[in-house]
Design a protein around this ligand. Sequence first.
Ligand code: ADP
Ligand code: MG
Length: 215
Amino acid sequence: MIKIDVRRKAFGEEEVLRDIRFEMDVGETVAILGPSGIGKSTLLRLIAGIDPAFDGEITRPEKIAMVFQEPVLLPWRSVVENLTLVHPDLGTQAALSALERTGIVDKAGLFPGQLSLGQQRRLALARAFAGRPELLVMDEPYVSLDPTTAEEMLALTEALIAETGPAVILVTHSEAEAHRLARRRLRLAGKPATMVKEFAAGSASASWEGHHDRA
Ligand code: ADP
Ligand code: MG
């Protein structure tokens, strides 16, 4: 069970987030939508535990993986070592299968800098799922990809989520992405940003209040 209760988050005088509350079960997928600058990445950093400076309380599982907009990779380690060093329990064979699964096993011996952005993101995805996270947090993982690559990445993420079963929080400003990957969608609006709840299509049985905007 994941419980988010952010009463207030400010940077100095600038109050960014106010009264953001929601709960998730393992296996649930939630998209957080909202315009640029509203506070989505800030909220995600609180949820992931990277930024502990806020008023409120967050209950999260132990095994968390993050996928950032710009993949954070070890530049002087090979692609396969980017998996085995981050996940010491993962053997080389398992790391190679993870690379196979994300379509970059032929790049195993290269450095991350020798990969295209799309391939770097595939590596970040392989690394995130290789740890079998209970919570996967993704911050606009498909921006600035061409439509074909973006579609491939989305399909791959969908399949990996289905296989691995983590709770997923996806931050995006794309409605289409949110519809595709997430069962619930939450929107941030206002200054400081607070939360507007929404239903995803087909989730009429969800137990929290909201409205059907695409039933
Ligand atoms: P989004 O991800 O929705 O585009 P962010 O969470 O990145 O928005 O930013 C929300 C607001 O918080 C912005 O006004 C931004 O300038 C501010 N902000 C984010 N991080 C910091 C920081 N480390 N220090 C000061 N202000 C910040
Ligand atoms: Mg952001």
